[in-house]
Design a protein around this ligand. Structure first.
Ligand SMILES: [Zn+2]
Length: 493
């Protein structure tokens, strides 16, 4: 309903704008109406040049919205899919690229006309029938057969990513750059766009995705179409869509935040006690960080042996094992993914070297919460991280200086929480909390870099923290820990 209203209002605005333009054109002297020479069309860049993944993302246009249509069949059965991309060019384009891996490509159209295509690695190059002028809005439609068994592997905390089949459905694990196995797009964390999901399933399955369930429609052939709207823009690495024999368990968080857990039938009762703790986690984090940044939240319980949880926006994926063990471990994972909704989701990464900001914060609050709720000492964990920090710098790169194979190694977790711990020791708890709140409120819904964090921390603290934070974030030597002159770093020999 709200989508329709928005469209109508926007349509009216466009009509008004067109009328104004026409009036101006009629009244302006001819001599002032001569247009600047049109920009010569050229290829959009195949990537954004991120040092970790140079070909991720694409140049020459911005995605304004994705529409993902999936005709889902069964956990391991390929199915027909269409991705429709509304985009706007930022240069005159002779051709442009999409990030797309695997699957079977059928056809690409641009503004309804068949386009030329070529594929190399994860780059799909699209050559429209005629060039696209600078600043033009255009529509790309890609039809393909999706293969829901495609996974890739990393030898770090990510492990397997891509499509993850479950006994009766599927979940997705797109981080860091596996969304290209699911749909073609701009697969880089800085490239945020809203998504409309339209997933058709057999009648005995439930489909879920980021954001709000807009409609559930029974079709004449007995299948069901589920439509979701992400509401806010999201990075491709934070996409979630899942199909299974689920129950949707609704509740409310503090201030009436709608909560909806998505739970495989057999796991509803066994996971209930821990899932009911989400409102406590929201309350605890909101006391520190201010308002939860999205309209809704929930846990998607993964019926899989996958060992890793993921902060997919508004619907965190938590493997069942995380909710079937000890309370301390369950809460650590739950608070970690919930913290990411502020850090990494709402305030997105400018580049992959900024990952420490996302994982460091998630680990920091996870450990602080855990210490207050029966878990290990935060300070003891930080002392251990401090001891290892030079070795981690050597093996995994400094917190803000990762290398691609070492992106999701321990340095980005406890090693980066340690940087925030050092900052808190340096500026004091009250100022640290002001910095944190300024970060998540001032940059809500935007992308942000490490330098922006350093600058903001300096501004809020009223002192130049560049000289303090730079050695913590870059280089091979760990600085002294403020307030803990007795802490020692093991030599990296
Ligand atoms: Zn994390």
């Amino acid at each position: 309903m709200s989508t329709n209203r928005t469209t109508t209002r926007r349509g009216a605005q466009l009509a008004l704008a067109a009328a104004i333009t026409a009036t101006v054109a009629l009244t302006a002297p001819v001599s002032q109406a001569a247009p600047a020479a049109a920009e010569k069309p050229s290829p959009g860049a195949p990537g954004l040049g991120d040092p970790m993944f140079p070909l991720d993302g694409n140049g020459g246009y911005r995605v304004e919205r994705y529409y993902l249509d999936f005709d889902w069949q069964a956990p391991k059965t390929p199915f027909e899919a269409t991705t429709t991309i509304k985009a706007r060019s930022t240069q005159a384009l002779s051709r442009f690229n999409l990030d797309f891996g695997g699957n079977t490509l059928h056809k690409v159209t641009v503004n309804g006309s068949a386009a030329g295509t070529s594929r190399e690695g994860d780059e799909l190059t699209v050559t429209p029938k005629s060039p696209i002028g600078k600043g033009s809005s255009f529509t790309v439609e890609v039809t393909y057969t999706a293969d829901p068994t495609q996974t890739r592997h990393r030898d770090d905390a990510i492990e397997d990513y891509g499509w993850i089949p479950t006994p009766d459905g599927t979940v997705v694990y797109p981080q860091p750059n596996g969304s290209r196995l699911i749909f073609p797009g701009n697969d880089h964390p800085s490239q945020r766009a809203p998504i409309t999901f339209r997933i058709t399933t057999p009648a005995d399955r439930t489909a879920v995705a980021n954001g709000r369930l807009v409609s559930r429609t029974a079709r004449p052939d007995g299948r069901v179409r589920w439509t979701y709207d992400s509401e806010q823009p999201l990075s491709t690495q934070l996409v979630q869509l899942a199909v299974g024999k689920f129950q949707l368990v609704d509740s409310e968080g503090p201030g009436g935040i709608p909560l909806r857990d998505v739970v495989p039938d057999a796991l509803v009762e066994p996971t209930a006690a821990y899932r009911k703790l989400t409102p406590d986690h929201l309350k605890w984090l909101q006391e520190r960080l201010g308002p939860y940044p999205f309209n809704r939240y929930g846990l998607l319980v993964g019926d899989t042996d996958l060992g890793v949880a993921l902060e997919t926006q508004t619907l965190s994926l938590v493997p069942k094992a995380d909710l079937l063990g000890t309370k301390v471990d369950a809460e650590r994972n739950m608070v970690h993914e919930l913290t990411h909704q502020w850090f990494g989701d709402s305030v997105a990464l400018k580049g992959w070297s900024d990952l420490w900001l996302s994982e460091g914060h998630a680990r920091f609050y996870e450990r602080e919460y855990s210490e207050q709720h029966g878990g290990d000492s935060f300070e003891a964990a930080m002392k251990t991280a401090y001891q290892n920090h030079d070795i981690w710098r050597r093996d995994y790169g400094a917190p803000a200086e990762p290398t691609e194979p070492n992106l999701f190694k321990r340095m980005r977790y406890d090693g980066s929480a340690l940087v925030l711990y050092a900052l808190r020791e340096q500026v004091g708890d009250a100022t640290f909390q002001k910095i944190e709140r300024a970060w998540v409120s001032g940059l809500k819904g935007r992308t942000a870099s490490t330098q922006q964090f350093v600058d903001l921390a300096s501004k809020v603290a009223g002192e130049d923290l560049e000289g303090f934070l730079h050695p913590w974030l870059y280089g091979s030597k760990t600085p002294p820990m403020p307030g803990h002159p007795d802490w020692v770093v093991d030599p990296a020999v």
